[in-house]
Design a protein around this ligand. Structure first.
Ligand SMILES: N[C@@H](CCC(=O)N[C@@H](CS)C(=O)NCC(=O)O)C(=O)O
Length: 228
């Protein structure tokens, strides 16, 4: 079975699946999708034009996207019990963390960091409007301040000084959260201490599987900050 990943190196959505594929040891190839996501060829396979996206022949449509769904699919398919335990309670914690991240936390992450990263913001958002720079910065700051609440939920409910899903090592939800926290280096508010130790704990447990692709995001963030 061949497994091909389309990815964008500076993106934390993509970092998630890049780390997961390395941590799981699944044989795969990787291709930089920069400038290709809106091509007929790419959209013929991935109509949402989103990365990360995988191509694998035995998937019902041959290709799929959404970082968490990709990890769930591949973990289910290959029985990756350590990364995605089948125990219903532990799995519930992991699924809940991932859905909370993509549904509630990530929109605040993108609204606070994308304007500074120079990434496109979503239609209808203040950053994507004709409003003045002061209004846009006020909206960005508001999103940055609103991150405190979900961060505290991750700290006290999901992470609890350990890993999400209460295992001995990182789960797919830890990969998703640690990768996402990388972008918060763009904000004025320092990453809380618990979150700094958490990312370090996930990185230590995963080793190069985390550090190697994370270097692309960290390098990009450092470059953008050096230009500010
Ligand atoms: N919720 C999705 C978000 C994916 C996403 O926003 N991908 C962006 C890069 S961060 C993308 O590929 N954009 C290219 C495009 O829209 O053409 C996930 O977690 O995978």
């Amino acid at each position: 079975m061949s497994l091909h990943l389309h990815m964008l190196p500076p993106s934390v959505n993509n970092l998630t699946v890049r780390v997961f594929l390395r941590a799981s040891g699944l044989d795969h190839t990787e291709e930089n999708a920069w400038g290709k996501t809106r091509s007929d060829e790419f959209m013929g396979k991935v109509p949402a034009h989103l990365t990360p996206a995988i191509e694998t022949a035995d998937h019902p449509r041959g290709a799929m996207w959404e970082s968490c769904a990709i990890m769930m699919y591949l973990a289910n398919k290959h029985g990756l019990e350590g990364l995605y335990p089948s125990d219903p309670g532990r799995r519930a914690l992991i699924d809940s963390a991932n859905f909370y991240l993509t549904g509630t936390f990530y929109p605040l992450v993108s609204r606070s960091t994308y304007p500074r990263l120079g990434f496109p913001c979503y239609p209808g958002e203040v950053a994507n409007s004709d409003l003045g720079d002061d209004v846009k910065e006020a909206a960005r700051k508001e999103s940055e301040a609103a991150l405190a609440e979900p961060l505290s939920v991750f700290e006290n409910y999901f992470v609890n000084d350990g890993f999400i899903g209460d295992g001995d090592g990182p789960s797919i939800a830890d990969i998703r959260l640690a990768a996402t926290l990388e972008f918060l280096a763009m904000n004025d508010t320092a990453l809380p201490e618990w979150a700094q130790s958490y990312v370090a704990r996930v990185e230590e447990a995963l080793g190069n599987a985390y550090s190697e692709p994370a270097a692309d995001v960290r390098g990009f963030v450092a470059h953008v900050k050096s230009q500010a």
